[in-house]
Design a protein around this ligand. Structure first.
Ligand SMILES: CC(C)(COP(=O)(O)OP(=O)(O)OC[C@H]1O[C@@H](n2cnc3c(N)ncnc32)[C@H](O)[C@@H]1OP(=O)(O)O)[C@@H](O)C(=O)NCCC(=O)NCCS
Length: 163
């Protein structure tokens, strides 16, 4: 595989984001759940419900046919209904997923860099996320400047300052 481009996520990308959300949740193939089960889980669905809301922003990687192969997006959550990676009101939490056949080819890192660039350009000061430490993605985030600010026995909440 080679040759992808990254474009901004749009209001009609809800299906693409749902696909990538399922990939993100099912990162551990040994614990993978069916798509419908994943998306029926309200703690998962909150990352895409009503996409695209004010404050949402993201980017989509596409192959040379225009078929989406990955996405990264950021969403604000209120303090009374926080996401897993919530750190403060006004700090968007990101989600990242790449199609299995496109992994380990630089797409994930490129999406992370683009979401940071877009966030900084629109005045976002910090981005947050939640990642299970057993997921190699945790090391990818470290290498892109994310710092662990909270942990439990399984997962880290990480933050990157954009300015
Ligand atoms: C995590 C994920 C988004 C990374 O995207 P990707 O396109 O595969 O990653 P990249 O190709 O940009 O690689 C980034 C780094 O991770 C490393 N890497 C890639 N796949 C790896 C693997 N299976 N194991 C260990 N390291 C790996 C790469 O070597 C690269 O490091 P390098 O630049 O120093 O060589 C993607 O693998 C994915 O969708 N996984 C399932 C969903 C998920 O875990 N989402 C994040 C939830 S918090």
């Amino acid at each position: 595989m080679s040759g992808y481009r990254i474009r901004p996520a749009a209001g009609d990308d809800a299906r693409v984001l749902a696909d990538m959300l399922v990939e993100a949740v099912n990162w551990n193939a040994l614990r993978a759940r069916p798509r419908v089960t994943v998306l029926e889980d309200p703690f998962v669905a909150r990352y895409i419900a009503g996409w695209m809301r004010p404050g949402d922003f993201g980017c989509v990687a596409e192959d040379h046919h225009g078929t989406p192969v990955g996405a990264c997006w950021a969403r604000l959550f209120p303090a009374n209904a926080p996401g897993s990676g919530f750190v403060a009101v006004g700090v968007p939490e990101l989600t990242l997923g790449v199609n299995p056949q496109w992994r380990a080819q630089g797409v994930g890192r490129a999406l992370l860099r683009e979401i940071a660039r877009r966030g900084a350009a629109s005045g976002v000061a910090r981005l947050s996320l939640s990642v299970e430490r057993a997921n190699f993605a945790q090391r990818l985030y470290v290498s892109e400047g994310y710092v662990t600010v909270a942990s439990d026995d399984r997962a880290d909440v990480m933050v990157r300052a954009l300015r």
